[in-house]
Design a protein around this ligand. Structure first.
Ligand SMILES: C[S@@+](CC[C@H](N)C(=O)[O-])C[C@H]1O[C@@H](n2cnc3c(N)ncnc32)[C@H](O)[C@@H]1O
Length: 212
């Protein structure tokens, strides 16, 4: 598995952005941010060789669904093979930005959780904002967007989420920020919530907890 990861890194270093998969400890920590006690629709951006996907699939209920969005063809083929016997897992060889279409195609109105391992920090700003908007729109009220990244720069851009909390997690090479953005829409708010383009700091309602 790690050999495949390293080979794909050599092929597309900026897209893969890491030479090893997430550590067992990081996978456990991220999975513990989700509540698997009932049916969930979960999307994962950039599963790579599937280290988080396998954990989620093991924990989720028999009627839950997991949609995996992977740009890299070799990873997507490998994921398709790994989950061939699990009808709850849907492997999409494509961009995370196709999430709304893929949900619609399968008749899922929304996601409870969206997990991301893609290198958001190197996405062009417009692509980053567009993906954040699609992510927010696809989440159910009270759903959460969970990311793990080397930097915490996405917090500057994810202004459309009502609340977020981060921790710096050292048990991974390299250490990662794990951030959970919560969608908790106010019942009084009207219209579609959109990110404010120029706002680069001082997030309203987004706090940072740096306990690792
Ligand atoms: C750092 S790796 C993370 C792999 C895995 N989640 C892990 O934790 O070990 C990033 C992955 O995101 C994928 N990726 C990058 N941009 C993407 C995009 N826009 N849509 C879907 N996958 C993407 C890459 O191909 C790569 O597999």
């Amino acid at each position: 598995m790690s050999a495949l990861f390293f080979k794909r890194f050599l092929k597309r270093p900026f897209q893969i952005a890491s030479i090893v998969p997430s550590s067992k400890a990081l996978v456990e920590r991220v999975a513990n941010k989700m509540d698997f006690s009932q049916r969930r629709v979960i999307a994962e951006y950039g599963p790579g060789e599937g280290v988080h996907s396998r954990k989620i699939a093991r924990r989720m209920t028999a009627d839950s669904h997991l949609l995996l969005f992977e740009l890299d063809g070799a990873f997507a083929r490998d994921l398709t093979r790994q989950f061939a016997d699990d009808p709850r897992v849907h492997v999409i060889h494509g961009d995370a930005a196709t999430l709304p279409n893929e949900l619609r195609r399968r008749g899922f109105p929304e996601c409870d959780y969206i997990l991301s391992g893609i290198p958001f920090s190197i996405l062009p700003i417009e692509k980053k904002r567009a993906l954040l908007q699609k992510t927010y729109d696809a989440l159910a009220p009270n759903g959460a967007f969970i990311i793990y990244q080397v930097t915490n720069e996405l917090k500057q851009h994810a202004t459309l989420f009502e609340h977020g909390e981060s921790e710096y997690f050292l048990q991974n090479i390299p250490p990662m920020f794990i951030t959970v953005f919560h969608k908790t829409p106010s019942p009084h708010r009207r219209g579609r919530r959109t990110a404010k383009p120029k706002r680069l700091s001082g997030l309203v309602g987004v706090g940072t907890d740096s306990s690792a």
